[in-house]
Design a protein around this ligand. Structure first.
Ligand code: B12
Ligand code: SF4
Length: 444
């Protein structure tokens, strides 16, 4: 069958790899199906998208959606379906945790709950045979009842490597995932909700073997340049023993620079040394708040500020670049908490940092809290999900307080980048001067 995935862009800077469809594509292609991807860039008009779909002439259209992508996808699918008669299936975090909202919108025929590889294969097979999709695990048909979930795919080593042509990868900089699921309980996190979705019948957390990860990278290297690896796993450093062995084999066979995401509780000074020796050049840590109260009582992240500072120091001393992520505007947060986050950011002096205004993602504990307490506006389903402005009415801080701190973070980041640029300039200038002096000395 001919399947077309549409990647719905919402921002230029986040226009990046579509991991879910890349796995599903590999799985379907291995069984003889024809799969391609069309990126609906932010500038593409609905008419242009329709024209592309018409040209590709798919028998099934797939869309992978986060909450951020939902509103634009809803509009595009409606326009496509008003012009072209093609069934549409949506999957990913947003359809998984807001399935009735998606199925209630014109043009969506099926929603896939949770993992999509086997479910999509069953759906494609049913459609090809002219059969109904009723009764396919994970697939919820419009007008049907909630399906049961099949167990998560196991072992992950049996999953074909991602279809690389579905990812935007340039100049040998590649994306990798080595696991599925994150065991931590952060209350704002949509990704961890898969654990709860599957909790009744299985453990969602799984990891690939070192051999499988290395084989994929070596295959990429055989087929083209391999210059940098971005590990997209939620928390790469969950199991130290796995990471230690990874460092050993990776160093032996590849030594290509790489970056990863970690939590401060999961690393030690020694482990950071081993990661650096294996080629780790950059780690992104979720700091999230400078207030221990907010982290511990609201986010369920109990690390202390001392631990965070210590880990940042170890990471820098190991020669690894550090990026920190912060969140602003959670329910229960006060102006004083916002100030503590800003103060910690100043003190940590990360090489770079991300700062995000809190948005309550469907399915999460904080989403439920916001709903119960009436913090969400009545029309929240029609509001854009973004991380720049708060949509909440909170008891202890105003949207203006959050905006003020967001602007302070913006200014801080601009100042830091400028200082870094100046630092580089003067380094270069120093080098030139040093060279000239040496040259003069040598020439007499
Ligand atoms: C890598 C990553 C990114 C990358 C690439 C994203 C991408 N397109 O894959 C980049 C850096 C670009 C990115 C950006 C952002 N991200 Co991000 N990202 C992730 C991360 C860490 C991993 C995604 C991943 O690799 N998944 C692995 C694959 C295998 O799993 P999967 O995507 O769920 O796909 C499976 C199923 O869902 C299903 N499926 C998926 N699509 C489809 C489609 C069909 C048709 C079917 C049948 C099935 C199906 O099958 C797949 C295979 O089993 C997740 C956390 C997470 N674990 O999901 C956050 C996450 C998805 N990101 C998130 C956010 C908020 C963002 C940003 C908005 C960040 C920001 N602050 O601005 C941006 C905007 C992205 C956007 N356009 O919406 C949130 C989304 C919450 C939500 N409910 O929407 C998450 C969950 C993080 C979190 N902790 O809350 N992100
Ligand atoms: S550590 Fe990261 S991925 Fe894991 S639950 Fe917390 S926020 Fe989500």
């Amino acid at each position: 069958m001919r399947i077309l995935f549409i990647e719905v862009d919402t921002e230029r800077e986040w226009a990046c790899a579509s991991i879910g469809p890349a796995f599903i594509t590999a799985f379907l292609r291995a069984r003889g199906h024809e799969v391609s991807l069309y990126r609906a860039s932010v500038d593409a008009t609905p008419n242009e998208v329709v024209a592309h779909v018409r040209k590709a002439d798919p028998e099934l259209l797939g869309v992978s959606l986060t909450t951020r992508q939902w509103l634009r996808a809803r509009e595009l699918v409606q326009v496509i379906r008003s012009e072209i008669d093609v069934p549409v299936v949506a999957g990913g975090l947003h359809p998984t945790f807001s399935p009735t909202q998606v199925l209630g919108s014109p043009g969506f025929d099926y929603v896939c709950l949770g993992e999509g590889e086997e479910a999509m294969l069953d759906l494609v097979t049913a459609l090809e045979n002219g059969e109904s999709a009723a009764g396919i695990d994970n697939i919820w048909m419009r007008g049907g009842t909630r399906p049961v979930l099949r167990p998560p795919f196991e072992p992950l080593d049996d999953m074909p490597f991602m279809a690389r042509d579905m990812l935007d990868e340039y100049a040998g900089c590649v994306h990798m995932t080595t696991q599925r699921g994150c065991p931590f309980p952060c209350t704002y996190c949509a990704a961890r909700m898969y654990n709860e979705l599957y909790a009744e019948n299985a453990n969602y957390g799984r990891r690939r073997s070192h051999t499988s990860v290395l084989d994929e990278l070596l295959e990429i290297q055989r087929n083209g340049p391999l210059c940098y690896v971005i590990f997209l796993d939620d928390t790469f450093t969950i199991y130290r023993r796995w990471v230690r062995e990874f460092c050993r084999v990776y160093k032996e066979r590849l030594q290509i620079p790489f970056s990863l995401h970690a939590r401060v509780e999961t690393v030690t000074e020694d482990l950071l040394g081993e990661l650096a020796a294996a080629g780790c050049q950059h780690i992104v840590y979720g700091v999230e708040s400078g207030s221990l109260r907010v982290r511990r009582d609201i986010m369920m992240r109990a690390a202390t500020n001392e631990r965070i500072k210590e880990v940042f120091r170890w990471t820098r001393e190991a020669g690894i670049m550090v990026t920190a992520n912060y969140m602003l505007g959670l329910p229960g947060e006060t102006r004083d908490d916002l100030q503590q986050t800003y103060d910690l950011a100043l003190e940590l002096q990360a090489f770079d940092f991300g700062y995000f205004v809190f948005y309550p993602y469907p399915g999460t504990a904080l989403f439920r809290l916001c709903l119960e307490k009436g913090y969400l506006p009545d029309d929240y389903l029609e509001r854009e999900a973004n991380h720049r402005e708060s949509i909440l009415t909170l008891p202890d801080i105003t949207a203006d307080d959050i905006a003020e701190y967001y602007d302070r973070f913006t200014a801080l980041r601009e100042r830091q980048s400028l200082e870094r640029a100046e630092g580089h300039l003067s380094d270069a200038a120093h080098a030139t001067i040093r060279e000239s002096v040496q040259h003069l000395a040598q020439s007499g």
